[in-house]
Design a protein around this ligand. Structure first.
Ligand code: ARG
Length: 459
């Protein structure tokens, strides 16, 4: 029991399986940098209020630098009794600078405010990294959209052909989703960037530590105003997991579209070899595994969110060990999201499109709305023109024509007198697309504006 930092009041040994069950070092060692940073600043705060001499502080900072290097180089040796990253680092500091000094480091601090601080620092830096990767994904999509602005394809609702759109418009849709994700991420980073340090175990600091100083040194925008909240609040973990889930949902729909477009029946896109795999049995196969994994992993991230919410839903206030269960789902989700962003960026920057197949998939009935609009322009109410256009579609179908454009002027006039020779100008996909110039539409000018607008939103 004496190996443990908290061993003083214990006489019996911990069950070996309990030790394993209790230990978080296997996964929280990821936070070694944040933990060392937090201790560096905390001890500077202690020195400021006279609880450490300048000399002691210097020794502590030297020792911490050694420990950081050990972790970096994979040379940190874990020992029995190292429960988590906090206890491991403190134990090691004692070995390097002597327990007389290292034993003062934790004065007024608890692992409760320590772990809450470490987590916020760690999540902040990870989310900032994700932000950069996400901006690259968006940028990649925008570049592709600019380059392939001329390409038309079917737009779908209910996965049924609906109206012609630009391929760049489809790309811009996902760039819009991902840009919202990007902005939401900045909001989460701003909200989590407040300091729990100096809250102690729960009740506050008995030596009047300058919490504002600690916060500023750690790059936080302020302090959490209630010490009980400071140690117990994991809303930033929930928000990060929710953000990850929502983002993966967007990634999943993006992937699903591309899986459909890459099927033999559609043939709109082809994945690069780098992001496809083959079949062990069928020699001809090239499967979109990258996209299927992106789609599948969205479930795993949602599992992390729902699992963690379950873990904390009815724990009593302040710190409870249940909260240690925040780490594995959070870290797993963040790693999954990071890899997913990188894979999605790779997929979208290397796939090739088949513009001819996209265009050939456009059918004349997709211009039935434009046919209704033709009469609207002649003053007929839309409800009426909708019905008339429907009759044209039906007649063309009954006559087994290849499309509504094959009806003769007489047949059009037979349905409605107000059709004229110029009706045939309707049957052009470019014309249909180029009519949609209103903000957000699929006309070239409108899509280019979307792309420009999205660019300005990434700082
Ligand atoms: N490893 C713990 C965690 O991740 C650190 C906090 C432990 N605090 C305590 N009072 N047992 O939550």
């Amino acid at each position: 029991a004496e190996l443990k930092l908290w061993g003083g009041r214990f006489t019996g040994a911990t069950d070996p399986l309990m030790n394993l069950y209790n230990a978080s070092l296997p996964y929280d060692q990821k936070m070694y940098k944040s933990d060392i940073f937090g201790t560096k600043v905390y001890t500077a705060g202690l020195q400021k209020i006279g609880l450490l001499t300048e000399d002691e502080l210097a020794k502590i900072h030297e020792g911490l630098a050694v420990i950081e290097k050990e972790w970096e180089e994979g040379k940190f040796i874990e020992k029995d009794g190292d429960e988590d990253i906090h206890t491991a680092n403190e134990r090691r500091l004692g070995e390097i600078i002597g327990r007389d000094i290292s034993g003062k480091v934790h004065t007024g601090r608890s692992r409760n405010d320590q772990v809450a601080t470490d987590m916020r620092l760690h999540v902040r830096s990870t989310l900032n990294e994700l932000s950069t990767f996400l901006a690259t994904l968006i940028d990649t999509i925008l570049k592709r959209a600019e380059q392939e602005i001329e390409v038309l394809m079917p737009g779908y609702t209910h996965l049924q052909k609906a109206q012609p759109i630009r391929w760049a418009h489809w790309l811009s849709m996902y760039a819009t989703y991902f840009t919202e994700d990007y902005k939401r991420l900045q909001q989460i980073i701003a909200r989590l960037n407040v300091s729990p340090l100096g809250a102690g175990a729960l009740a506050g600091h008995p030596y009047g530590i300058d919490r504002e100083y600690l916060a500023a040194e750690l790059g936080f925008d302020g302090v959490i105003g209630n010490s009980l909240t400071a140690v117990s609040d994991r809303d930033f973990v929930v928000e990060t997991l929710f953000w990850s889930t929502l983002f993966m949902n967007h990634i999943s729909r993006f992937s699903e579209d591309l899986i459909i477009y890459s099927s033999g029946e559609f043939g709109f896109i082809k994945l690069a070899d780098a992001y496809s795999t083959g079949s062990s049995l069928m020699p001809q196969k090239k499967n979109p595994d990258s996209l299927e994994l992106l789609r599948g992993k969205s479930g795993r991230v949602f599992g992390s969110l729902s699992g963690f919410l379950m873990s904390i839903k009815s724990i009593p206030s302040t710190y409870n060990k249940d909260m240690q269960e925040d780490k594995e789902p959070l870290f797993d989700a963040l790693t999954t999201v990071e890899h997913s962003i990188l894979i999605a960026t790779g997929v979208i920057s290397t796939l090739s499109i088949n513009a001819i197949k996209m265009r050939d998939a456009l059918t004349m009935d997709m211009l039935a709305t434009d046919l209704a609009d033709y009469l609207v322009r002649k003053g007929v109410p839309f409800r009426e023109t909708h019905h008339i256009s429907g009759s044209c579609v039906k007649l063309a179908e009954d006559l087994k024509l290849s499309g509504i454009d094959q009806l003769t002027l007489e047949q059009f006039k037979g349905i409605d007198e107000r059709f004229n020779e110029d009706v045939f100008e309707t049957f052009d996909f470019e014309t249909s697309v180029e009519r949609r110039t209103a903000t957000g539409g699929t006309a070239k000018s409108a899509v280019l504006k979307q792309l420009e607008n999205l660019k300005t939103q990434l700082k």
